[in-house]
Design a protein around this ligand. Structure first.
Ligand SMILES: [Zn+2]
Length: 69
């Protein structure tokens, strides 16, 4: 189980990255929105899409299996 966070600030391509706690590219505290504890990034990204932004995407570094390019 890991804690997942959404970057409230969009990337240049408009996507909002979902990160695991401790990621090298974790957003600054004012941009990190806590999503919850999940067994996989798939659940975390699905939750981020449902609740916050359709364009949520797994971070390439900490949630690569959920990165949709
Ligand atoms: Zn990350």
């Amino acid at each position: 189980m890991n804690k997942y966070y959404l970057n409230k600030r969009a990337q240049a391509n408009g996507q909002h990255e979902v990160h695991k706690e401790g990621c090298l590219f974790f957003p600054s505290p004012e941009h990190a929105l806590y999503l919850g504890v999940y067994t996989s990034c798939h659940e975390a990204v699905a939750e981020a899409k449902r609740k916050y932004n359709e364009l949520s995407n797994g971070c390439y570094t900490c949630a690569r299996e959920c990165n949709e390019g």
